[in-house]
Design a protein around this ligand. Structure first.
Ligand code: PDD
Length: 280
């Protein structure tokens, strides 16, 4: 397998970065995960726009977009994978450890395509169980940075508790999942956290909102308190990895009927349909 590293395609085993890479030392970097359906990237431009926003937010100068796009497409092509995710990571480069930005240092650019594993059909049919965990992350969750320590710990806590995933709660408000956005459904209306600095504005989130609006399903972007959640009819997560995934249990309590709800499943089906159409 070949990966892209700093302008070259190199065998996976030979792709190495400096021990003083700022991504390694400071988590001083950003990333994207793009879904590839039948060899074609899905919502590429949206992912590149977010990458640009993340770079601006951490004051990182990106290589030209054409260069990144070419590298991304070539990484996919060389992988020969039909169904894959493309991981893109860009850090502030390698330099002796000083907190201030290094001068004259090129960013490290890494891309790798991996086979995609869809959540098991049984997971979608049954829905998943989540726990809630306090959202102790910083105030810039809107930046897609590689600093994911609390996300990693929350996911592990969920698995240790026998659940599938965790959702973060900040000041009694459900923000998002460990690597996904959170939606609830109440009386046929979708409700999800506003796209402010306390969540990552998911590309899938925005896409699902668009689909819902086209389907005549009302959407409200507003805070979901624990109390509101306990009254919800349905809940689901969205991300590049899970697409639309029903959540049927939260902290051991059933969400609605405890089965994936009709609105969630309509969105799941429509998502599938649109993706199939986009690769025809
Ligand atoms: N995670 N919120 C967080 C904290 C995330 O890490 C992600 C994605 C999302 C959903 O974003 P999108 O719909 O653009 O994938 C929301 C990626 C997939 C990951 O870290 O693997």
């Amino acid at each position: 397998m070949e990966v892209y590293l700093n302008g070259k395609f190199v065998p996976y085993e030979q792709a190495v970065v400096s021990v003083e890479d700022r991504g390694f030392v400071f988590a001083d970097g950003i990333y994207e995960v793009v879904r590839i359906y039948h060899g074609k990237p899905f919502l590429w431009q949206e992912h590149m726009d977010r990458l640009r926003r993340s770079a601006q937010a951490i004051r990182l100068k990106l290589p030209a977009m054409e260069e990144l796009t070419q590298a991304g497409f070539e990484t996919m092509r060389r992988s020969q994978l039909d169904d894959a995710t493309l991981y893109i990571q860009i850090t502030r480069g390698a330099a002796p450890r000083l907190h201030s930005f290094p001068v004259g240092v090129e960013p490290t650019v890494f891309m790798i395509a991996r086979p995609y594993h869809r959540p098991a059909a049984t997971m979608v049919q049954k829905g998943i169980a989540c726990i809630t965990v306090p959202d102790l992350r910083w105030h810039k969750c809107s930046i897609k940075t590689v600093g994911l320590l609390l996300n990693v710990i929350a996911k592990q806590e969920a698995e240790d508790a026998g659940a599938d995933d965790a959702v973060f709660v900040r000041d009694d408000v459900i923000t998002e999942g460990t690597s996904s956005n959170f939606f609830m459904v109440k009386d046929g209306t979708l409700i999800t956290h506003p796209a402010d600095d306390f969540i990552l504005r998911g590309i899938t989130r925005d896409f699902v909102i668009e689909l819902a609006e086209e389907m005549g399903i009302p959407v409200r972007e507003e805070y979901i308190t624990r109390d509101a959640l306990s009254q919800s009819d349905e809940a689901f997560l969205t991300s590049t990895g899970v697409e639309v995934l029903p959540v049927t249990v939260i902290d051991g309590q059933k969400v609605g009927s405890g089965r994936p709800g009709p609105v969630t499943m309509r969105l799941w089906e429509r998502f599938d349909q649109v993706v199939a159409e986009s690769v025809e």
